[in-house]
Ligand binder design. Structure first.
Ligand code: UT7
Length: 337
């Protein structure tokens, strides 16, 4: 038995504190001009000292549940995509379950780097399509500021904190997720890595002194991977759904670098007006980028029932993920119209 599955509610949360490029100029040898020209980023949000990833996830989840008209106890499963969990274990999804009071939900975290939210959508949607579950909360939440090396200008200017969430449910036949392309090339794992703190290099004074618990990235290799994989994943989901790029109302790409997004747009020959970009305000929030964009686009009235939407991401692993959805939710504008 298989059912159509789509998003019935979205929500986002960005912590209050904003860190500007000018603030970063005082911390490392960088400039606003370099950051804007090479990445498109102007500001990013930073979690307050008392906020951890599950706190950000909670705020976004409450909004997504309210948007879907769903109660926490109705949730069958919670998947949190994150590379910055509160703890190694228990999972951030379990912590979120407790905060929400979602006592009937199975919970786990998903590690697929910045592709994590779209991976969660793939796994979650299949659990509903099969008839196993009815309501699933998927979350992308990160406090990357906690694992950045604030002395490394190559990485610390790129990332921000934030969370986005969505509720997945059965939707009208023919709507919802139409095609998926999830993939990985594990041979590139070393290009984006937090080298210490796991079983390979457990935490020691030496690993801390060597900044082993922070983000290490070969930016140019990741850039090259993204430039190839983002357009390829879009083409794959279009082909699987029997559509062309002209059928797409909105493309929501992972927000890692403005130049990577522009490169993908050129290759895909899509009008930039049909692409959601907010990297200027939030930087790269990893697994949270896509649900934050979706939530923003929904709030701005840019998603109408029947719109074809592509979500596409790449990240640590190295991973990539694409999804094509026919937006299933009636907007207030649709209802009034
Ligand atoms: O979600 C996935 C996560 N990551 C990504 O998607 C990252 C993908 N990669 C990128 O976005 C880009 O490769 C970066 C933004 C990371 C770097 O841009 P780039 O154009 O590839 O710069 P580069 O690494 O080739 O560095 C060019 C120069 C270097 O100086 P020299 O060696 O030419 O003197 C860097 O040291 O720019 C220097 N540089 C900086 N200068 C000022 C690197 N970071 C900075 C900085 N401010 N923040």
């Amino acid at each position: 038995m298989t059912y159509s599955v789509g998003i019935t509610g979205v929500g986002k949360y960005l912590p209050e504190k904003i860190l500007t490029n000018q603030d970063l100029e005082k911390m490392v040898d960088t400039s606003d001009a370099w950051i804007v020209e090479r990445t498109g980023i102007r500001t990013r949000h930073i979690a307050a000292p008392e906020q951890a990833t599950s706190d950000l996830a909670l705020e976004a989840s409450l909004k997504a549940l309210a948007d879907a008209g769903a109660k926490p106890e109705e949730l069958d499963m919670i998947i949190v995509a994150t590379e910055t969990p509160d703890y190694k274990y228990p999972s951030t999804a379990c912590l979120l379950q407790a905060k929400l009071g979602a006592r009937n939900a199975a919970c786990f975290d998903l590690s697929a780097g910045c592709s994590g939210f779209v991976y969660a959508m793939g796994i979650g949607s299949q659990s509903i399509a099969s008839g196993l579950y009815r309501k699933i909360l998927i979350v992308g939440a990160e406090t990357l500021s906690r694992i950045l090396d604030w002395t490394d200008r190559n990485t610390c200017v790129l990332f921000g904190d934030g969370a986005g969430a969505a509720v997945l449910e059965r939707v009208e036949e023919g709507y919802g997720i139409l095609s998926l392309d999830l993939g990985a090339d594990g041979t590139g794992g070393g290009h984006l890595i937090q080298p210490a703190g796991g079983s390979r290099n457990p935490a020691t004074h030496e690993t801390v002194d060597a900044h082993g618990h922070t983000v290490h990235m070969n930016g140019q290799e990741v850039f090259r991977f993204a430039a190839r994989k983002m357009p390829a994943a879009c083409k794959k989901v279009l082909q699987k759904a029997g559509m062309t790029i002209d059928d797409i109302s909105l493309l929501v790409p992972h927000q890692a670098n403005r130049r990577i997004i522009d490169n993908a747009l050129t290759r895909l020959k899509i009008d930039p007006k049909r692409v959601w970009v907010n990297i200027e305000k939030y930087g790269n929030t990893s697994a949270a980028c896509i649900p934050i964009c979706l939530s923003e686009a929904w709030e701005a009235g840019r998603l109408k029932k029947g719109d074809n939407v592509i979500l596409v991401a790449f990240g640590a692993g190295l991973t990539w993920a694409g999804a094509l959805l026919k937006w299933a939710k009636e907007s207030e504008v649709d209802t009034i119209g």
